[in-house]
Design a protein around this ligand. Sequence first.
Ligand code: GCB
Length: 676
Amino acid sequence: MLGITPSLLWKISIQMTLWLFSFVSGLVLLHFSIALILINKEVPQSRGMLYPRESETREVRSLDGIWNFVRSDQTNPTQGVREEWYGKDLSRSRPTIPMPVPASYNDITTDNLRDHVGTVWYDRKFFAPRSWAVDQRVWLRFGSVHYEAYVWVNGQKVVKHEIGHLPFEAEVTHLLNYGAENRITVMCDNALIQTTVPQGRITELPNDDGMTIVQSYTFDFFNYAGIHRSVHLYTTPKTFIEEVVITTNLSKDNVGGEVIYSVKFNGSAVNEADNSLYVRAQLYDREGKLVANGTSDEELCGSLQVDNVNPWWPYLMHPEPGYLYQLEVKLHASNDDLLDVYRLKVGVRTLSWSNATFQINGRPVYFRGFGRHEDADVRGKGLDNALMVRDFNLLKWIGANAYRTSHYPYSEESMQFADEHGIMIVDECPSVDAENYNQELLGKHKSSLEQLIHRDRNHPSVVMWSIANEPRTREMNADSYFQLVANLTRSLDKTRPITAAIATPWTDDKAGRFLDIISFNRYNAWYSNTGRLDMVTKKVVEEAVAWNKHYNKPVIMAEYGADTLEGLHLQPAYVWSEEFQTEVFARHFKAFDILRKKGWFIGEFVWNFADFKTAQSYTRVGGNKKGVFTRARQPKASAHLLRKRYFALARELDDSSFPEDLFTYIADMGKVEENT
Ligand code: GCB
């Protein structure tokens, strides 16, 4: 056994205890009891997990494909562990069905697997080549499994990981049969309770057949689950590069660049006291020309100077955005033997911020972006390269320069794509709608940020950490909770500012003072004063001014928008119509232009990039329809308006030019517009 506290039972018992307690004592008492004093405990430190890349010393094999799948009985979620289903092929314990990896399992079948609560099982076979048996290590790495995963190889426990959307790995060298078949088994648990990130509740409710278990949550996206991202086997030498950390600098005139690197190795083959290992670092430009090289100090740190550097610039801020160098890291033994080689892309840029601005490479940035979701028909939150490339094409078509990874870390592949295309990322951890602050939640929330920063710290596209979305920041203990979360984030990365998307009114908020940049979410004319287009502009201006006055920090509007049913046209504008969404946007644009003149208003993010699936609710017609694009990634009317605004902003602020097809020819008027 994995030393498992039988997962779901355990979660349910906590849930039931909380529920009973709140029933007896009332909600207020519950808050008091679990929110006494929050203590700052250390969080586990992530290790390794460099993105799997082939090199002359490393091999990578994908285990993606069709796996075998079994759903547990909802009322007996730990049965498979007790009966040791991982000890043999799953099909010998239960009838299996085929399940694609990577993908969410929810929308694949035609039955109610969609709403299953608790554990499911996956397994598959694979061959380990004979050549891998000699003088190297083999690692098993998951891009993400949501929400909790338990992994066995050939019936032996390998790794357990909690919190979706983040990678985890383990060495399996000692567990494999080389030159023979092997089996990998995964148990995945999607249950969310008050101490998971994000939180949810599990209740037992009567149904037509007796009782059933129901999962509920307050956040507004479907709790898709399963093996969401790729599964890889990869090899490293016995002594290998375990970590590479990059920071970069630019001279004042942006002509001289510096790449500072720090490497950690791991390897029992090397005597711990032998500190004469060294790293040879070489930096190549886009054309493959060597532009800098050096040898590390004995701490395996060093810096490379780049003359006439090409800085990393956001899309439309420079004719050559997203410029990336390739850093080649070679680990050598003291006798000069080459031990390991790892290559990664590096963007050279600086960030700075004050109480009024946010700058990249010394130039002020105005964010034109989106809140998004990883979400699509059939595959749910499963990694899909076709969708990812389509989304980036649309982002560039519409002239956006940024998005927030609302409300969890997105795939590593999309982070690499953002680096390459110059799209700035506000990188958000999976804490959404946090409430009932308690010690265990704090530990996991901090751990999610630690894992996120560990994973994403080298991406030039990541320009800000978002430590939460819409936490209940008026609640007791929100202040000490967010102080501890923000402190940890800052201690892990001082090179990027911290934000959180807040919906609590500024008058009641207790978290903003721990942030560097205030982001607020508000749905004027939608959730408040529904349909009143005349009640948008002034309210947005007033609220942004109030946030700025209160905290004296830069302000972003991180969410605004309106649900819109594609093809519904109503004139005059009426809620849910394409006309209404367009009008809501235009009223916000007016507010943003008033705010931009004040200096400290630094960005606008529409909610949402595309329509997405939510839990079933009478306010959601097939999901959340606030997308500027449909779920199939086609534009609604508002997309054409937004495109004009984003390119107009890019021209005004960054001197970029208009795409030829931005304005449709109408008459001379059109020409006049084009020439102004
Ligand atoms: C919000 C949330 C987002 C929702 C959105 C909405 O404030 O941050 O997750 O989807 O509102 O459409 O209600």
